[in-house]
Ligand binder design. Structure first.
Ligand code: SF4
Length: 359
């Protein structure tokens, strides 16, 4: 299988869990985070490494490498009589021919992507829209021409970057084929946003979100229960609901705060300047936010960090990527919150314990 091992392409550190579920092909268009200053993160997912733009030529070479791997996998499928279908038998045959491919992220990514239908791509890293718009359009066009089976192309984007793009730029990106933006909203409260150095105001969040929605993007907004700590919990909940109501994202995804060791917010917590809220306090905060929502979004708890338990000891909320549809299932979420509040605090996964374990 030399034809496969001769090709590789660069893959970044992370992608949203929902993109993992669809086994999206990962194409790295920039390296790391251009902001790196959010107090709870500090670019940790990218090992604090320096941000770098990649050239369009470099990215196109990666797309060509992914295409070459894809063509070889399909060739083996035809050779084995599976008519281009990518299944377990094809994978086994390829790995028997070249066991080293087990360690090849490029091969594994393309194989999983093809076997899941080959229809979605995620552009890495933290803020692809920071690329010059014509360059990003060239990359997206190249992807669509190379892989006509693509139905969805998605990316992380900072709200501030979307805010700075013109409506015409966003329209042209959408027209080129970029379809969904994953945006770290975290909070809609200006004091909380300022405290954690998010680099964006609530108003800018609203303008960015509305612009993206009006130009046809699917908007996936990540919110962070607990980010206001104990002292700003209520304003965090109410103002986050207010901003979400203005944007009406397609998806709202809950990512409760767990300050990473080595981040400035962790240091504030250790020094006693920031009080982490307890599991019950976070549920009450969530209740305040959910009650105030008037959106038609899917509300999702699609990550293990949503560690609340129900009375049977299982996860309180489904971790499904489509979550709960609002407003239809608002009552259901509120009922589950009440159930979670009946469960002893010690039975829930507590951010404080996770922080202590990481030390
Ligand atoms: S923008 Fe995102 S990746 Fe960058 S520091 Fe903030 S939370 Fe981390």
């Amino acid at each position: 299988m030399k034809n496969i091992s001769a090709h590789s392409f660069e893959i970044g550190a992370i992608r949203p869990p929902s993109e993992g579920a669809s086994s999206s092909l990962l194409i790295r268009v920039t390296r790391n985070c251009p902001w790196n200053q959010c107090k709870f993160c500090y670019g940790r997912p990218y090992n604090h490494e320096k941000f770098e733009l990649r050239t369009v030529e470099e990215i196109k070479k990666d797309i060509q490498a992914a295409e070459a791997i894809s063509e070889e996998i399909k060739r083996v499928s035809w050779q084995l009589g599976y008519a281009g279908q990518i299944n377990h038998m094809v994978g086994t045959a390829i790995l028997q021919g070249d066991p080293d491919l087990r360690e090849s992220h490029s091969f594994l990514t393309v194989f999983n992507w093809l076997s899941s239908g080959g229809s979605t791509v995620f552009l890495q890293d933290a803020d692809s829209l920071i690329m010059k718009t014509p360059d990003l359009i060239e990359v997206i066009t190249c992807l669509k021409e190379t892989f006509p089976s693509l139905e969805r192309i998605t990316s992380y984007a900072r709200a501030k970057t979307i805010y700075r793009k013109t409506v015409e730029e966003l329209k042209s990106l959408r027209k080129a084929g970029l379809s969904r933006l994953h945006v770290g909203l975290e909070s809609g409260d200006d004091e909380v946003l300022k405290h954690v150095n998010k680099g964006v105001t609530a108003e800018q969040h609203i303008i960015a979100g509305k612009k993206a929605k009006e130009t046809g993007f699917e908007y996936s907004a990540y919110v962070m229960p607990g980010l206001g700590g104990r002292s700003r919990s209520e304003q965090h909940a109410k103002n986050t609901a207010r901003v979400l109501n203005e944007i009406n994202p397609d998806y709202i995804r809950s990512r409760p705060l767990i300050p990473g060791v080595g981040t400035p917010l962790f240091d504030e917590y250790e020094g006693g300047d920031f009080q982490l809220s307890s599991p019950h306090e976070r549920l009450r905060e969530l209740k305040t936010m959910i009650e105030a929502l008037t959106v038609t979004s899917h509300f999702c708890f699609d990550h293990m960090m949503n560690g609340w338990r129900n009375e049977s000891g299982s996860f309180l909320f489904t971790q499904d990527y489509e979550g709960y549809k609002l407003p239809e299932e608002k009552g259901k979420i509120l009922e589950l919150i009440e159930e979670g509040l009946r469960v002893k605090e010690s039975k829930h996964i507590d951010a404080k314990d996770l922080v202590a374990m990481a030390l």
